[in-house]
Design a protein around this ligand. Structure first.
Ligand code: SAM
Ligand code: SF4
Ligand code: SF4
Length: 351
């Protein structure tokens, strides 16, 4: 049944928490550890814009691992239970496992995950990350067809190396999910082959609607393939059934193959916005806190840290930022108030 949406879990968790102005708790922290990337995905960092003259955050500007850990401890006190490391390409940050180790030791953090293009993920690195406390890894792969994938990453990176990295991550004991951004006319031909490839494996494939993050990717609504169309194309071959959300604030809706060959997820930020249960805070590589993926202005936490603020001061600042939060960009997208705003870029803040 492709056309019925699985129920989202909209029950607010019972734990102590800080609530924003729309009564949403803070539960997830996404940490972008770098804005550098070795890919030039056409929907994220198009080559024409991100050439050699583009100014990325320099080494001194980046939050250091101990600074990230200090902030993460205060986020955890406010209710964060889940941390995802992202970028840019997070594995370009040397010794990322050291950060994973310190974050996994923070009281309250129950889930630690990483999103990566996997281009530099070796078996040794996967093992080191898992040993340091990483539980889950989302590997981005937009196509199985070599030409299509290379057109998307735009640096000639081969499909086979990503498939190998997926196997290596699983062999190291990491729970692996696959992220596929779907852009009409570019890789929608790959919706069914990707489903076929990952059906019957332990890896959940998540289709992501192409989003208007930032202002530099030339996003157009007609290039979005809506979730219902993605599901319809798959269900024609392998019928699907909606599955209830595991937890409050889950971004992907879940669908199970009726023939028992596993499940897929769909992230429908454009066609079915989910701001009502959005529990995500986002930290940029230079320590700006954003309370929405489509934020226009961050809050400078690096200055607070480097000016010598005590932990209680940081805690109070985070609390007041969250309490004032009223973001719901995706729900307002269609209104004129949201056109022409300058937004933070995806490669900067992470997905
Ligand atoms: N470089 C890593 C990677 O690609 O997995 C992590 C950062 S990337 C910004 C995080 C996720 O955002 C990836 O799965 C990527 O495909 C997705 N993404 C990037 N730009 C997007 C867009 N405009 N719409 C939807 N998803 C996007
Ligand atoms: Fe790099 Fe990830 Fe953006 Fe692709 S989606 S350009 S891999 S940050
Ligand atoms: Fe959350 Fe902003 Fe996305 Fe809405 S648009 S779901 S508030 S990140």
């Amino acid at each position: 049944m492709a056309n019925s949406n699985p129920p989202r879990n909209t029950q607010t968790p019972a734990e102590p928490q800080v609530l924003d102005s729309l009564h949403r708790p803070m539960r997830d922290l996404r940490i972008s550890v770098t804005d550098h990337c070795n890919f030039r995905c056409v929907y994220c960092m198009p080559k024409a814009v991100f050439g050699t003259r583009y100014h990325f955050v320099g080494h001194d500007g980046l939050l250091q691992f101990d600074e990230i850990e200090r902030l993460a401890r205060q986020f955890a006190r406010l209710g964060v239970r889940k941390i995802r490391l992202t970028g840019g390409e997070p594995l370009l940050r040397p010794h990322l496992e050291d950060l994973v180790e310190s974050l996994s030791a923070i009281p309250g953090i129950e889930d630690l995950a990483l999103t990566t293009n996997a281009s530099t993920l070796t078996p040794k690195k996967a093992e080191a990350l898992r040993k340091a406390g990483l539980q889950r890894i989302n590997i981005s792969l937009d196509a199985l067809d070599e030409d299509v994938f290379q057109k998307m990453n735009d640096v000639g990176f081969p499909v086979a190396r990503v498939l190998q990295a997926i196997d290596d991550a699983a062999a190291a004991g990491l729970n692996v999910k696959i992220n596929m951004v779907v852009r009409r006319g570019l890789n929608d031909s790959q919706i069914v082959p990707m489903a076929e490839h990952f059906r019957g494996t332990d890896h959940v494939l998540r289709y992501i609607e192409y989003m208007d993050v930032g202002n530099l990717n030339g996003w157009q609504l007609q290039e979005v393939v809506p979730a219902q169309e993605i599901l319809a194309r798959i269900t024609e071959l392998w019928p699907l059934q909606p599955v209830e959300a595991h937890r409050y604030g889950e971004v992907a809706t879940r669908h199970r193959y009726i023939d028992g060959q596993g499940e897929i997820g769909v992230i429908s930020s454009i066609s079915q916005p989910f701001c009502g249960s959005c529990t995500r805070a986002r930290l940029s590589p230079e320590g700006q806190l954003f309370t929405c993926l489509f934020g226009t202005k961050g809050h400078d936490l690096r200055a607070l840290l480097r000016d010598g603020a005590a932990d209680e001061e940081i805690y109070a600042r985070l609390q007041s930022i969250w309490q004032a939060r009223d973001d719901r960009y995706s729900e307002l997208r269609a209104t004129s108030a949201m056109t022409d705003v300058k937004k933070v870029e995806m490669f900067h803040i992470g997905g």
